[in-house]
Design a protein around this ligand. Structure first.
Ligand code: NAP
Length: 251
C-alpha cells in the first residue's frame, strides 16, 4: 500500500530536475502523475519513465490561462481528478538590478507567480468539490535575498505570501497549502548558473556544499522526500508553512 494510492498528482516543470524527482517519488508511492511541462514530447517522455501505473505527460505553459485550463481538462478527463498539485515550474533570468530588463522581470513573475496562481485556481475547483487537496508551492532560499536575483527573490518570497493566503482560504475545505524552499539542488538550473558564472560545475557544487552546515549539495530526492510528507495525510495539521530544505544554509 502506497501513501498515494488512488491519488492523482499534478506536477509542473516535471520533465526534469526537482519536478521529475518529485514525480518519481509520488509514482513510487502509488499516485497517478500528470507531468506538466512546456514541451509536450519531453513531458510524455518523462511520464513514460515513471514507475507503476497510468501517468500522463502534458505540454502546457503555466503562465497562460487557456493552456492551463486545457491541461486540467485533459488531466481530469484522462486520470480522473486532481488531489495533489505541486507548482514547481521555474526559470531564472539573473542580472544585477541596474542591468535587469523588463522582460527579465516579467518572465520570472509570470512563470513563478502567475503560473502558481493559474494552476491553483484551476485545481481548487476540483479540490473544493471533493473537500480534499494538497498544494505544494516551490519557493527558494533566494526568497531571503540573493545578489543578482531581484526578480527571482521577489517571486519566491511572493510564493510564500501566496501560500499563506491560500492556506487561510482553502484549509476549511480540506485543502492544505504549503511551500518548500530548496537550497542548492543539483539540476540543469544550477548547472546553467555555473556556466553563466563561467565556473566549473563541480567547483560550483563544492562551493555551495561548503556554504551549508550539512556540507553537501542537495538532490531532487531531498525535495521529493519533503514534498511526499507535505502531500501525505500525516501532514494534515500543517498548512501555510514554508519548509526550508537547504542543509541549514539559511541558519
Ligand atoms: P529545471 O531543471 O530548470 O527545470 C524546470 C522545468 O520547468 C523545465 O523542464 C522547464 O521547461 C519547466 N518550465 C519552465 N517554464 C515553464 C512554463 N512556463 N510552463 C511549464 N513548465 C515550465 O529547474 P529545477 O532546478 O528543477 O527547479 C525546479 C523549481 O525549484 C523551480 O521553481 C526553481 O525555481 C526551484 N528551485 C530550484 C533550486 C535549485 O537549486 N535547483 C533551488 C531553489 C528553488 P524548459 O526546459 O522547456 O524551459
Amino acid at each position: 500500500m502506497g501513501r498515494f494510492d488512488g491519488r492523482v498528482a499534478v506536477i509542473t516543470g516535471a520533465a526534469r530536475g526537482i519536478g521529475f524527482g518529485c514525480a518519481t517519488r509520488f509514482a513510487e508511492e502509488g499516485a497517478r502523475v500528470a507531468v506538466v511541462d512546456l514541451d509536450e514530447a519531453a513531458a510524455a517522455e518523462a511520464a513514460a519513465k515513471l514507475p507503476g501505473g497510468q501517468h500522463l505527460g502534458v505540454g502546457a505553459n503555466v503562465a497562460d490561462r487557456p493552456s492551463v485550463e486545457a491541461a486540467f481538462e485533459r488531466i481530469v478527463g484522462e486520470l480522473g481528478g486532481v488531489h495533489i498539485l505541486m507548482n514547481n515550474a521555474g526559470i531564472t533570468r539573473d542580472n544585477l538590478l541596474f542591468k535587469m530588463t523588463d522582460d527579465d522581470w516579467d518572465l520570472v513573475m509570470d512563470v513563478h507567480l502567475k503560473g502558481a496562481f493559474l494552476m491553483c485556481q484551476a485545481a481548487q475547483k476540483h479540490m473544493v468539490e471533493q473537500k480534499y487537496g494538497k498544494i505544494i508551492n516551490v519557493s527558494s532560499t533566494s526568497a531571503l535575498g540573493n545578489r543578482g536575483q531581484a526578480n527571482y527573490a521577489a517571486a519566491k518570497m511572493g510564493i510564500q505570501g501566496f501560500t499563506r493566503t491560500l492556506a487561510k482560504e482553502l484549509s476549511p475545505f480540506g485543502i492544505n497549502t504549503n511551500a518548500i524552499a530548496p537550497g542548492f539542488i543539483v539540476t540543469e538550473m544550477t548547472d546553467q548558473t555555473a556556466a553563466r558564472l563561467k565556473m566549473d560545475v563541480e567547483e560550483f557544487r563544492k562551493l555551495n556544499a561548503d556554504h551549508n552546515p550539512v556540507k553537501r549539495v542537495g538532490y531532487p530526492e531531498d525535495i521529493a522526500a519533503a514534498a511526499a510528507f507535505l502531500a501525505s495525510d500525516e501532514a494534515s495539521y500543517i498548512t501555510g508553512q514554508t519548509l526550508y530544505v537547504d542543509g541549514g544554509a539559511t541558519l
